[in-house]
Write a new protein. Structure first.
Length: 292
């Protein structure tokens, strides 16, 4: 083949290659390339999408929690504002426009939210109008509350910490024929009831209107068959914040240590309010107490 023929053949070959490339470039993206691109995009974008969705969900729930908290506090104030609403309701009751004869100022039919409340009557008036105070030595458990501390069995406990009242717990226990109590989660102290009841004394020594509250929850084993009498003496400024559960308590108040004839305690009600959302369940629960 001559040089001219070789050059002609080479030019023809190059033109064929360029033509082939040109035709290939006009075909667009192939299906395989498209699928690969989508897969890569999914891998890259998925974490960002998941993060966005999670953030959105958390923001919605946070907003609902704030709304539920506001509703719960408004409902609590609504219940406490009128003493005629206070009645023993140990089971959660739905807060509706027909729950009480007294009109509610809060709208109970808020879209998506349900308000429930319960009221436990902690202290119940008794038919007896007179009683004699036991001697100090006759109490199975006896507290002496001052302006800033409370004493039990010669041990002093502060009534406040960090500017707020300390909440104490007294557990009254029974194991077989043995009785014991535990205060503030400390070791059990055994005792033998001196009479047909368990008597607890809470004595206020030199109470002051500016003193700290004595906050205590008394919980008794359900196996205790003896009545539990709680005598509150000289709490003239109502510094005792008391809750009691697990047993039937007889709670008495005395105006004076030297006064043999004393008045019975007023009723104390523990109020609970909780708010649910149809998509979230219970979002907020609050509790408060009120005397009547």
């Amino acid at each position: 083949m001559t040089d001219a023929g070789c050059r002609k053949k080479a030019v023809y070959g190059m033109n064929k290659i360029h033509k082939t490339r040109f035709l290939h470039s006009n075909k667009g993206v192939t299906l395989v390339e498209l699928l690969v691109s989508i897969a890569i995009l999914s891998v890259v974008a998925m974490p960002f999408l998941a993060s966005f969705l999670t953030s959105t969900s958390n923001n919605v729930k946070s907003e609902r929690i704030l709304v539920a908290s506001n509703i719960a506090h408004r409902a609590m104030e609504e219940i406490k504002a009128d003493p005629s609403r206070l009645t023993d309701m140990p089971d959660w009751t739905v807060f509706t426009s027909t729950t009480s004869e007294v009109p509610w100022t809060i709208d109970p039919d808020i879209d998506g939210y349900t308000i429930e409340y319960k009221i436990d009557e902690i202290i119940i008036n008794h038919s007896m109008s007179n009683f004699a105070l036991p001697a100090d030595s006759d109490y199975e458990i006896c507290f002496y509350a001052g302006s800033d501390s409370v004493t039990l069995s010669s041990t002093n406990y502060p009534l406040s910490s960090g500017g707020g009242a300390i909440s104490y717990t007294l557990s009254v226990l029974k194991n077989g024929a043995l009785y014991a109590y535990s205060f503030n989660g400390e070791a059990d102290v055994s005792f033998v009831p001196s009479s047909g009841s368990i008597d607890i004394g809470i004595m206020f020594i030199g109470p002051e209107s500016t003193g700290e509250n004595f906050v205590i929850d008394i919980a008794a084993d359900e196996e205790i068959e003896l009545p539990i009498n709680i005598y509150i003496v000289d709490d003239i400024f109502y510094k005792l914040v008391l809750s009691a559960s697990g047993n039937d308590f007889n709670i008495f108040r005395s105006k004076s240590v030297d006064q043999a004839v004393s008045e019975l305690a007023s009723r104390i009600y523990s109020i609970g309010v909780r708010v649910k959302h149809k998509d979230e369940g219970i979002l907020n629960t609050i509790a408060s107490m009120i005397k009547k």
